[in-house]
Design a protein around this ligand. Structure first.
Ligand code: ADP
Ligand code: MG
Length: 331
């Protein structure tokens, strides 16, 4: 039922930035090394994601767009989520709330395209594409005007898209990202660009953070690399002198997924407790890796909350690892 699909889809796709997040995560899952994102009018009228990943075979295109047909893992594995995608809902949801077109070409195969509008699929047709995948989403929420009303200004939606892309770019420093604004029909404007970084993960991440957060962060960043009871913590945390007036420079990831989580933010605060006054906030980019069965990242499809099975372990790890790094740096 297309009405039910549209309602369910609104849970996954709340705004243009959530569409961008789903599409870019799919590109990352597909092993892309370069991802280009273009949007117009804050993503409301147009979003395009181009990648050089593994592509989708022509015969799989109808399935990729069909609800619940394609999850990368089956339902029994819902707690065992390694890749970003696990619900098989993103593309069907996008096809229910906008005009979606996918063109793809796996290595050694012909390119093909499929489109859908209002949940109705076209036939698969031959197309022209050298490799990878191009996903275009036009007129988001055109079929659900009530949702359109909740959109913020183009500027605000564009800001949310940029935020999503920068977070994913932090998590994947070896992948190149280009973000373009194509509003107004004129020349496309590059609004963010991060070329693929070289070196091991720490070097690549440091270079990527210099690009995204700036030289001052990079020069004040302490390397974090710790482990406790099977949970690992890596990333960079800034010296207390590089604190901010708000939490704008706090980026937390669980198993590669950007999260916003009170417990983790509280742990970060706790680590700096002795060094920062109440109105200063620590700056850090931290990646927690934990066996998927020990964390639930599926609390809500579009929200980035997480629930740890042993929150105390994650909290203790963050506090002790950061305090240790700060102590080594003379604090
Ligand atoms: P999920 O990511 O949860 O599996 P999606 O609806 O996001 O579900 O995507 C459906 C399927 O389409 C994916 O499982 C994948 O096989 C394929 N797919 C989507 N986007 C891409 C892409 N950019 N490159 C290759 N395959 C893709
Ligand atoms: Mg997906």
């Amino acid at each position: 039922d297309s009405a039910i699909n549209r309602i369910a889809a609104g849970e996954v796709v709340e705004r243009p930035a959530s569409a961008v997040k789903e599409l870019v995560e799919n590109s990352i899952d597909a092993g892309a090394t370069r991802i280009e994102i273009t949007y117009a009018d804050g993503g409301k009228t147009f979003i395009r994601v181009v990648d050089d990943g593994c592509g989708i075979p022509a015969q799989d295109l109808p399935l990729a767009m069909a609800r619940h047909a394609t999850s990368k893992i089956d339902g029994s594995d819902l707690l065992n989520i390694h890749t970003f995608g696990f619900r098989g809902e993103a593309l069907p949801s996008l096809g229910a709330v906008g005009r979606l077109k996918i063109t793809s070409r796996p290595k050694g195969e012909e390119a093909a395209t499929i489109s859908t509008a209002g949940g109705v699929q076209s036939a698969v047709k031959p197309a022209a594409l050298t490799s990878g995948t191009v996903v275009e989403l036009r007129d988001l929420f055109y079929a659900t005007p009530a949702r359109l009303k909740f959109m913020r200004t183009d500027r605000a939606e564009a800001g949310a898209i940029t935020d999503v892309v920068k977070r994913l770019a932090m998590a994947e420093p070896h992948v190149g990202f280009i973000l373009r604004d194509a509003s107004g029909g004129g020349a496309e404007r590059v609004t963010f660009r991060a070329d693929p970084e070289n070196g091991d993960l720490f070097d690549a991440l440091h270079a990527r953070l210099r690009k995204i957060l700036g030289a001052e962060f990079a020069e004040n960043a302490l390397l974090i690399d710790a482990e406790r009871e099977g949970i690992s913590l890596t990333g960079y945390a800034a010296l207390p002198t590089y604190s901010r007036g708000s939490s704008v420079a706090q980026f937390l990831f669980v198993n590669g997924r950007p999260v916003r989580d009170k417990m983790l933010v509280g742990a970060l605060r706790g680590a700096y407790f002795d060094f920062l006054s109440r109105d200063r906030h620590p700056a850090a980019v931290l990646f927690l890796e934990v066996e998927p069965t020990r964390v639930d990242v599926n609390v809500h499809p579009a929200k980035s909350e997480v629930r740890f099975r042993e929150p105390g372990v994650a909290r203790g790890l963050i506090v002790s690892a950061l305090r240790h790094a700060l102590a080594q740096a003379g604090h």
